[in-house]
Design a protein around this ligand. Structure first.
Ligand code: URA
Ligand code: SF4
Length: 214
């Protein structure tokens, strides 16, 4: 079997002319790649179709996989803290992920996060496209390299593009701000460096918030 046979992509499962709740429901059935097999459940998104800012993470983590909610673990807590420091309200945000099932490796009883491959990002992209079409955010924030790859369709270096306002990618109306993923900030050992990285995340969220008019 070729790779594309193994990963037909999510397109077959994405309903046309759907609203967000129909989309969420349909994603439970998705078999667009193999990641559904070992995950507990699909983790779709949080937020209303009226939210002016769409924030995209990488994939659900362990806690998200178990609860079915995005960004409820440590990275999520940091993200919400940073959003609040940038004067963003919960209602301003539509929060989702580039890949909707948890990819991990088993080590004994532990499940260790495993980065999604480009093939997973591509397979899951139809969901992201459908979400962006419904929400029509005024700005998209991509957290980290995987989200940036998903939104922009190309690989970028976070250090080179972060905090700048990028043109809407093909087929999209929303400008994009790329920033660091909160998980990478949690991994910074030195506390002064970690604080600086957190402040930089807040700055980037402010840059994105400045594009919001509603
Ligand atoms: N990290 C992500 O990228 N997404 C989540 O939902 C949780 C952690
Ligand atoms: Fe479908 Fe995405 Fe889950 Fe793969 S990761 S099965 S494409 S929802």
């Amino acid at each position: 079997m070729t790779k594309s046979d193994e990963r037909p992509g999510a397109e077959l499962w994405v309903p046309e002319h759907a609203d967000l709740s129909e989309l969420r429901h349909a994603a439970e059935e998705c078999r667009g790649c193999e990641l559904w097999e070992d995950a507990t459940q699909v983790v779709f998104s949080r937020g209303a179709a009226t939210a002016p800012m769409m924030i995209i993470g990488e994939q659900p983590g362990d806690r998200e996989d178990l609860t079915g909610e995005p960004f409820v673990g440590p990275a999520g807590r940091m993200l919400m803290e940073a959003a609040s420091a940038a004067d963003l309200l919960e209602d301003d945000l539509y929060v989702t992920n580039a890949v909707k099932h948890f990819r991990f490796e088993r080590r004994g009883k532990r499940r260790i996060h495993d980065k999604p491959a480009v093939g997973h990002i591509v397979a899951c992209h139809p969901w992201l496209e459908a979400e962006a079409e419904i929400v029509q955010p005024e700005v998209i924030v991509a957290l980290g390299a995987t989200a940036a790859r998903a939104v922009l369709g190309r690989t970028v270096k976070i250090g080179e593009v972060r905090g700048t306002v990028l043109e809407p990618p093909a087929g999209c109306v929303s400008p994009v701000v790329v920033t660091a993923h909160p998980s990478s900030i949690l991994r910074v050992r030195d506390s002064a460096d970690r604080e600086a990285a957190f402040d930089a995340l807040v700055d980037d969220l402010r840059t994105a918030a400045d594009l919001v008019t509603r």
